[in-house]
Design a binder for this molecule. Structure first.
Ligand code: UT7
Length: 331
């Protein structure tokens, strides 16, 4: 038995924030952002205080509708995010409650840009072990609530955007199809290269002006270091999942890389020797939506008819942790 992707759904807030809009808030320009990241615009929630579960539940409803399923048909929910609604509990239980579910198990995954692939491996394990038959994976982020929107934070603020996407996975008896290989990695020695240091148990609650001045409540990123690791790890682990199943790079119909930076996707493409038509990117419209980025791109790729039954599809991700991963799917 294997796991197949049965349905997808997405939701992005209607508020479009262009690079020119950012230039009103900080010293930056459309030219700089487009050249260094390929991003033209991103979405931010219309109403500050809208949590990731609110975006997530809209994507979940869209995936359920497409699958002609009811929330009660789900056996479990996995919610991947780095921007949960609250410190605890996780946003998965909030989505379940919003869907009207009162007993369905809900797990939160905190693996940032690799969160979707970590979730997919957990769901694949549950399904292949016969524990659950219908698992909803949601990736959702509200970055706009946690960005330093001044010149000080421009390296991070120009990249990240809000959005959500969901997939429903279930078993298939057809052994040739579905998820064929998933590989994951992590190297916590680089935790401090992309993180929010404050607001955790290892950092005292921000209670006074002095602590606020330390700025540990904002994301901090060693951008060029993340970049350099990403363009090595992503192609390597993609090759590993292809090799695990004896699939050649030329046979790949589509690679959906985590939408971190267009230049990262381009470097991964070059490193693997893929043609333009073999790689799907939508970062120009949404920026980097972290845990939502791969399912969001998958949803749009399907809408555009980029995948047919039997096609080889790969996902690859890299991000905070550092964590990374790749998956190979036969559609
Ligand atoms: O999902 C994983 C999440 N993170 C990533 O994928 C990030 C990967 N890294 C990147 O995408 C890039 O490193 C950035 C886009 C963040 C930065 O691009 P870069 O080409 O690596 O620039 P840099 O960090 O080397 O900075 C070059 C200059 C600096 O100014 P000085 O020190 O040379 O005067 C920055 O302060 O660009 C400046 N800069 C900006 N200028 C205008 C940084 N951000 C901006 C900005 N607008 N938004």
């Amino acid at each position: 038995m294997r796991t197949e992707i049965l349905s997808t759904g997405m939701y992005v807030p209607s508020r479009v924030v262009t690079n020119d809009d950012l230039a009103q808030m900080m010293e930056t320009s459309d030219e700089w952002i487009v050249q260094r990241t390929g991003i033209h615009e991103r979405r931010w929630v219309e109403v500050p205080g809208t949590g990731a579960s609110e975006l997530g539940v809209q994507a979940a409803r869209a995936a359920l509708e497409r699958a002609e399923m009811k929330p009660e048909d789900l056996d479990a929910i996995i919610f991947a995010t780095l921007s949960p609604d609250h410190f605890f509990p996780g946003s998965g239980v909030l989505v379940a409650a919003k869907l009207g579910l009162k007993e369905t198990p809900a797990l939160d995954v905190r693996n940032q840009c690799s969160g979707f692939l970590y979730s997919l491996q957990v769901a694949d394990g549950w399904i292949r072990a016969g524990i659950y038959r219908r698992v909803m994976i949601i990736g959702a982020e509200v970055h706009s609530a946690g960005l330093d929107k001044t010149t000080r934070g421009r390296d991070v603020a120009c990249i990240f955007g809000d959005g959500a996407a969901a997939v429903i996975v279930g078993p298939t008896e057809d052994d040739s199809r579905g998820i064929r290989s998933i590989k994951l990695g992590a190297d916590g020695r680089h935790a401090g290269d992309l993180w929010i240091e404050g607001l955790g148990s290892a950092f005292p609650v921000i209670a006074d002006e002095e602590q606020l001045k330390q700025l540990k409540q904002w994301p901090a990123m060693e951008g060029s270091k993340v970049f350099k690791f990403a363009i090595v790890r992503m192609p390597a682990i993609t090759r590993a999942v292809l090799e695990a199943e004896g699939v050649k790079v030329e046979e790949l119909k589509l690679l959906i890389p985590h939408q971190a930076n267009q230049r990262i996707s381009d470097a991964v493409q070059r490193s693997l020797g893929l043609r333009d038509d073999q790689v799907f990117n939508n970062i120009a419209k949404y920026g980097n939506t972290t845990a939502a980025s791969i399912p969001l791109a998958l949803h749009e790729a399907l809408e555009q008819g980029r995948l047919a039954r039997g096609d080889w599809l790969a996902f690859a991700a890299f991000g905070s942790g550092f964590t990374w991963g790749a998956a190979l799917v036969r559609w």
